[in-house]
Design a protein around this ligand. Structure first.
Ligand code: PRX
Length: 569
């Protein structure tokens, strides 16, 4: 029998135990004392992430440990301050100022993280872009918010459709090369311009910090803007949930183009003065296990799809490496199946702690703390300061055990500041009295307050923890000359959680050959992004639609698909 309650390891040194007093009389305001601005009134996320640790005497501590294949590089907090000052000096010299939007399109590499921090030092709003985005995904995002600046590399610039981005004033390249518009080579500029060590632009807690585009079930991705105040919640969740301590070596596997990669791959660990591992390259069991061994990773934050992929590689892959440095493992982004938790217990002798949050929430809200029992299948319980209810369509609280909308009492420090140029969309997240933020997720609460994820209330797809809007994929599919109509859904998948499945009605004169379907798939892959390309395509005669407005009934497509799976399994 597998346990239904997995008790925590007995350990008195968890941060949350040390902070017992703070927890027992929890108030968000009490956390202000943890930041330099509490005494100085000078606010900037990059200052709290980097410069303050140097000021406090920790400059020699390693901030980044970069590993890619045989390449390894360590960057101390001193060096990180110097680099971010230097890059910020260059950005400022070339026109970047407070409130500007600076996109960063780089692979998982310290340059990506330095560029993000440098832009923030100037009070700019930074927009990290996922490294696998193709032209359309990049165009949609930069165009939507009229981004003025872009930091990228000569390898990546080919995927930036500069001609259709008139708002872009300058491109900064991290290496040599040039673009079709004004280009600044950062490395060359470093030789010409001396770093200004007092470059930080002070801002207000409510000033814009970053923009992450995220998909819903309708329309193109929306730009979610966060403010510097997010640091309050990102710091405390890094301390209590990730449990980051002085000796820890921490690895978050997400790219900063996804919100997890920026918040828990960069801000939260740096706010906690951790050593961060940056792993370059794609997923591969050998290289992941070897990264844990090489860097001596102690705290590891990843996603169910990655754990499932590692699990499927078997013990064989793991047995070649020493992963005993691990002491705390966490997961995010999609439902964490109990089997994966049991696998973690088996192979690492550690619990995997599920956490729940969203791009819009800015930080973790529902978690499994290192100190509480885990009920496999549950996402855990709200962190101190957060109230969660399950509500019906009218916003009324439902009884224990009933499925309803997962709602969070608003506001909290890391709640999004705005949806770019879309007040209506922003307002749509809240009940009319403004009391509850509606996540779009469906869930159940049990008698102990544990929350169990039940699915989405809309058509959003979650594949490998990546949020995909069906509209975006359908729009791209329809551009292909062979496609007359398209309906896209998430089909359950044992490894990826869901895969993108497209139902197509072909244009007159086209036959559903394997070659054509593959061509259509590659078309989406090469113009939008690999993760958004349908893994399955089915050609049908007609799409189900609503009678009055003629909208595609994705729900019906999904119901048919689920029925098919039930019959065949
Ligand atoms: O449906 C939930 C799912 O991911 C959505 C948020 O996606 P995104 O904004 O891309 O942020 C992902 C990482 C913060 C949620 O509405 N989700 C997130 N965490 C979990 C989850 N579903 C089940 N279990 C989770 N732990």
């Amino acid at each position: 029998m597998k346990p239904t309650n997995i008790e925590p390891l007995k350990n008195q040194h968890y941060n949350i135990i040390k902070d017992e007093k703070l927890v027992s009389s929890f108030q968000w305001e009490n956390l202000n004392e943890s930041f330099t601005w509490h005494d100085t009134d000078k606010v900037n996320m990059a200052h709290e992430c980097v410069d303050r640790h140097v000021d406090d005497g920790y400059g020699d501590k390693v901030a980044f440990h970069y590993i890619e294949g045989e390449i390894e590089q360590k960057i101390t907090y001193n060096e990180l301050k110097r680099e971010t000052d230097h890059w910020a000096t260059i950005l400022k010299h070339h026109g970047v100022k407070k409130g500007d939007i600076v996109f960063v399109f780089l692979p998982k590499h310290p340059h990506c993280h330095i560029a993000i921090l440098a832009a923030i030092k100037l009070g700019a709003i930074v927009g990290p872009l996922f490294e696998a985005f193709m032209e359309d995904a990049i165009r949609d995002r930069i165009q939507d918010c009229d981004g003025q600046f872009l930091v990228t590399s000569s390898d990546f610039i080919n995927r930036v459709p500069l001609k259709s981005l008139p708002s872009l004033e300058k491109v900064f390249l991290t290496d040599e090369g040039s673009a079709e518009i004004q280009t600044v080579q950062i490395q060359k500029e470093k030789e010409r311009l001396a770093a200004n060590s007092a470059i930080t632009q002070w801002v207000e807690l409510d000033d814009g910090l970053n923009i992450h585009y995220t998909s819903g079930s309708t329309g193109h991705p929306k730009g979610i803007i966060h403010a510097h105040r997010v640091m309050i919640q990102q710091y405390i969740t890094g301390r209590w949930v990730l449990d980051l301590q002085e000796e820890d070596v921490y690895w978050c596997t997400a790219h900063p183009g996804w919100v997890t990669g920026t918040v828990y791959g960069l801000f939260a660990p740096l706010l906690n003065r951790a050593t961060i591992v940056i792993h370059g390259g794609r997923f591969n069991a050998d290289s992941w296990y070897s990264t844990i061994e090489k860097a001596g990773v102690t705290v590891w934050y990843s996603a169910p799809t990655a754990f499932r992929m590692l699990k499927s590689q078997g013990f064989e892959a793991l047995s070649n490496y020493n992963t005993t440095s691990l002491r705390h493992v966490l997961s995010v982004g999609e439902p964490l199946n109990p089997e994966v938790i049991y696998w973690g217990l088996d192979v690492f002798q550690l619990r995997i702690h599920d956490t729940w949050w969203m791009t819009e929430t800015g930080a973790q809200l529902i978690v499994n703390l290192p100190t509480t029992a885990i009920k496999p299948g549950s996402m855990g319980k709200p962190i101190p300061g957060i109230a969660v209810e399950i509500v019906d369509d009218e916003g009324e609280t439902l009884a224990i055990g009933e499925v309803g909308h997962l709602a969070i009492q608003a506001p909290w420090p890391s709640l999004m500041k705005e949806v770019w140029k879309n007040k209506e969309k922003f307002d749509s997240y809240f009940t009319t009295n403004g009391k509850w933020y509606l996540s779009g997720d469906l869930a159940i609460k049990d008698e102990d307050g544990y929350i169990f994820f039940q699915g989405r209330s809309d058509d959003m797809i979650n594949s490998s923890g990546e949020r995909i809007g069906p509209f975006e994929v359908e729009s791209k599919l329809m551009v292909h000359k062979a496609v007359a109509e398209a309906g896209v859904i998430g089909k359950p998948d044992p490894v990826r959680g869901e895969i993108v499945k497209a139902f197509l009605v072909l244009a007159k004169g086209f036959q559903a050959t394997d070659a054509l379907l593959e061509e259509i798939r590659l078309f989406v892959r090469s113009e939008l992004a690999a993760h958004a390309a349908p893994r399955e395509i089915e050609v049908i005669e007609e799409l189900p639609k609503t009678k009055i407005s003629g909208k595609i009934l994705r729900r019906e497509l999904k119901a048919r698909e689920l029925e098919k799976i039930a019959i065949t399994s």
